[in-house]
Design a binder for this molecule. Structure first.
Ligand code: SAH
Ligand code: SF4
Ligand code: F3S
Length: 465
């Protein structure tokens, strides 16, 4: 049963004998795609250590919450979730079973040992830079130690994290995430990421290509490159030259089987010519770009430390659209940043009207301890934030509805990703990320087929061509 058992690190004194009952883990993921990717890599590390997955926390010897710290609500959610595990842990204990509760992710990195002080039920706190040490940390926790692993490891975790078995990759579907860049050096004044994820680090080209080839060999058709600032990625190419994300995408586009490439999240300041040229030249780089702007007022952009103006952003969008006319943009917005007046907010609406995003995430500003924004004067009242958020979302929704409405009757290429809920249906995805439901006659999972859009809404309906 443990033939896959693999030692990542020398075992400590707290080792539990191998070959005892099989162990199960349950993982719940919050936050961004990087956490989704990290949860998979932690799952791979646990699988290599003899664990199997369960969907049911009652059955789990290890309950792992991969957390997000970005807004207060997200961070506080961890504590209510842990509270709900109290009963499970007690019941399992009464049945003679040990339950280890582990907190990973950005709350783990930001709060460290404080989590165990506030929630003594927690046995293990592990930050994103040390996930390769998870199996060892779990062993120590199961031997009775309260474990806090939040130091930045000197070794590269990616050199130590085991790859998933091809079957595990296949079970995750025909689309996959691949983290190429971590951390952030931008220090926007509202944001915790530079503190929770550390400085910008790029994974080396060879590591990324090997991982992408492995994914493709297991049947993955679409890879989304991830990074907190994915377009800040840089590295040394196979040709010895300095590569940016554009060159990396060109190389990945040559991997047989990989039909679609995406990347997220990009910062406007790192959209260089090489990346824009990649959008012009690479048919398998999808015409969709998440390019957060946060606000449309130069005064607020400055206070946010975004280091660009609204006009800089609009000029950039124009250059990108000139290179790839069918590109669709999505964005992130914050309303109610300290000092934001009605006039500033109007400037955000103006910018939105000019860009016409096809999708967007908009948030009320949430003051985060330790960030400069939290200490600024003129915090905006909640009620004002509410009104502005509503107005912004109404506008964004209109644009989104216009975009999908215009697809009706048109042929669209979709990647078929999974079975539909109804028998005989499959669900694919458009180049612009909308789910598309179509009869299974259109093709099988992993196929890229052209269908005609018949109905639109959040989900699109289509007929085979
Ligand atoms: N690196 C990305 C964003 C990562 S965080 C970028 O630079 O665009 C994801 C989104 O959460 C941000 O784009 C922002 O819109 C939102 N966000 C971050 N901190 C926030 C805060 N304190 N309050 C409200 N929203 C916030
Ligand atoms: Fe946060 Fe700004 Fe860095 Fe994005 S660029 S992760 S918003 S500090
Ligand atoms: Fe949240 Fe961390 Fe991602 S704070 S948004 S999980 S980088």
């Amino acid at each position: 049963m443990n033939e896959e058992m693999m030692t990542l690190e020398p075992r400590g004194a707290g080792d539990v004998a191998a070959g005892t009952a099989p162990k199960r883990y349950f993982v719940k993921t919050f936050g961004c795609q990087m956490n989704v990717y990290d949860s998979q890599r932690m799952a791979d590390a646990l699988a290599a250590d003899g664990y199997s997955a369960t969907e049911n926390p009652d059955d789990a010897d290890l309950i792992l919450l991969n957390t997000c710290h970005i807004r207060e609500k997200a961070a506080e959610k961890v504590y209510s979730d842990v509270g709900r595990l109290r009963e499970i842990k007690a019941q399992r204990k009464a049945a003679g079973q040990q339950t280890t509760i582990a907190i990973a992710g950005c709350v783990a990195q930001a709060e460290g040992a404080e989590i165990i002080r506030r929630a003594p039920l927690v046995d293990l706190v592990i930050g994103p830079q040390t996930y390769h040490r998870l199996p060892d940390a779990v062993r120590r926790a199961r031997a009775g130690e309260k474990v806090v692993e939040t130091d930045y490891a000197v070794e590269d975790k990616f050199d130590h994290l085991p790859a998933p078995k091809p079957a595990a990759t296949r079970s995750r579907g025909v689309t996959a995430f691949l983290t190429v860049q971590e951390g952030c050096d931008k220090f926007c004044t509202f944001c915790v990421v530079p503190y929770t994820r550390g400085a910008e680090v790029s994974r080396p080209v060879g590591q990324i290509i090997a991982e992408a080839e492995r994914l493709a060999a297991s049947g993955v058709r679409e890879v989304t490159l991830l990074g907190q600032n994915v377009n800040a990625w840089h590295g040394e190419g196979a040709d010895g030259r300095a590569w940016g994300l554009g060159e990396l995408l060109r190389r990945l586009a040559d991997i047989p089987g990989l039909a679609r490439l995406r990347y997220t999240t990009s910062h406007p300041r790192d959209m260089d010519d090489g990346l824009i040229a990649a959008h012009r030249d690479l048919p398998n780089l999808m015409p969709y770009l998440h390019l957060p702007v946060q606000a449309g007022s130069d005064r607020i952009l400055k206070a946010m430390n975004r280091k660009h103006t609204a006009d800089d952003y609009l000029a950039l969008v124009e250059r990108i659209r000139a290179a790839r006319p069918d590109i669709a943009l999505s964005g992130d917005f914050i309303v109610g940043f300290p000092g934001e007046t009605d006039e500033d907010f109007e400037a955000t609406l103006d910018l939105v009207r000019k860009v016409r995003y096809v999708a967007a995430y908009s948030f009320k500003y949430s003051p985060r301890a330790g960030t400069p924004g939290a200490g600024m004067a003129d915090q905006v009242p909640e009620a004002v934030k509410d009104t502005r958020l509503q107005a912004l979302q109404t506008l964004l929704n209109e644009h989104q509805a216009d975009f999908v409405g215009a697809l009706k009757g048109k042929p669209v290429e979709i990647l078929i990703e999974r079975q539909g809920k109804e028998p005989g249906q499959v669900v694919g995805r458009s180049p612009w990320l909308q789910p598309v439901i179509v009869d299974e006659k259109a093709g099988g999972i992993g196929d890229i087929v052209t269908v005609r859009i018949t109905g639109t809404g959040y989900t699109l309906y289509a007929e085979p061509l």
